[in-house]
Design a protein around this ligand. Structure first.
Ligand code: NAP
Length: 245
């Protein structure tokens, strides 16, 4: 029996990268997992590889109607959602001087508004059952900042503020809300960043390399489990030593 046996989990942006790895890690611990991504075919393909009756669901996490429909569909299929991992995210690069309002707004919508929308949608069921886990994937850049990523860092810092505030609201009702702040992780998102930026970032890391996606998974499994019950509004930092707190 895995430590998540009987738990029903939803991971956003789980069609690839960190989200796919977290979905696999939760399923390996016995959870039934809903793989949410923009692309239904990719979500289905990831779900088909997972044990435990995983399903795929498509939605743009920045869109209120699509989020409501997707979460209703998962709740209908599973009978409820015990753990939500708000992982879906995008990355773009521009200095503030050159940044368009559209680029800024899209970043805030996908990386921050989504966390509000998905959390709000799953909370009533969690509060009714008196048990829930919300795990928000922020970033070490929220804590440290970085050139050409002011919009990304602002969105991810907003995720931390949201995490702490929601944690106050629901901790005594059996629902924990926490954030994970990974350092660089070797995914498509990371590889799309200009090489000079990536080389500078890696040179700042005591460990001297980006993480593999599997190195973020144990933190998510801990926070999703009964063993994570005493983490409230925390930010856990698998970041290669970039920030030591
Ligand atoms: P990734 O490889 O680009 O995967 C992100 C996934 O999210 C993709 O499957 C993507 O679908 C999906 N997605 C994007 N926008 C979406 C939307 N609006 N609605 C639903 N799904 C959407 O990225 P990753 O590196 O695994 O990153 C996952 C999370 O970790 C992000 O929140 C990211 O900010 C955070 N993070 C990453 C790093 C890093 O260095 N990689 C470090 C710290 C934090 P499409 O492919 O169809 O766009």
């Amino acid at each position: 029996m895995g430590q998540l046996a009987g738990r029903r989990c939803l991971v956003t942006g789980a069609g690839r990268g960190i989200g796919e790895a977290i979905a696999a890690g939760l399923a390996a611990e016995g959870a039934r997992v809903a793989v949410l991504d923009l692309d239904q075919a990719r979500a289905d393909a990831v779900a088909a590889q997972l044990p435990g009756g995983a399903i795929g669901v498509a939605a743009d996490v920045s869109d209120p109607e699509q989020v409501a429909a997707a979460i209703s569909a998962v709740e209908a299929a599973f009978g409820g959602i015990d753990a939500l991992v708000n992982n879906a995210g995008i990355d773009t690069n521009a200095s503030v001087v050159d940044m368009s309002l559209d680029l800024w707004d899209r970043m805030i919508a996908v990386n921050l508004r989504s966390v509000f929308l998905c959390s709000k949608a799953v909370l009533p069921g969690m509060l009714e059952r008196g048990w829930g886990r919300i795990i928000n994937i922020s970033s070490q850049l929220a804590q440290k900042g970085a050139p050409d990523m002011a919009h990304y860092a602002a969105a991810k810092a907003g995720v931390i503020g949201f995490t702490r505030s929601l944690a106050y609201e629901v901790a005594a009702k059996g629902v924990t809300v926490n954030a994970i702040c990974p350092g660089p992780v070797d995914t498509a998102l990371w590889r799309a960043i200009p090489s000079g930026w990536r080389e500078r970032k890696v040179s700042e890391l005591p460990i001297g390399r980006p993480a593999r996606v599997e190195e973020i998974v144990p933190t998510a499994v801990l926070l999703a489990s009964d063993g994570g019950a005493y983490y409230i509004g925390a930010t856990l930092n698998p970041n290669g030593g970039d920030i030591m707190v």
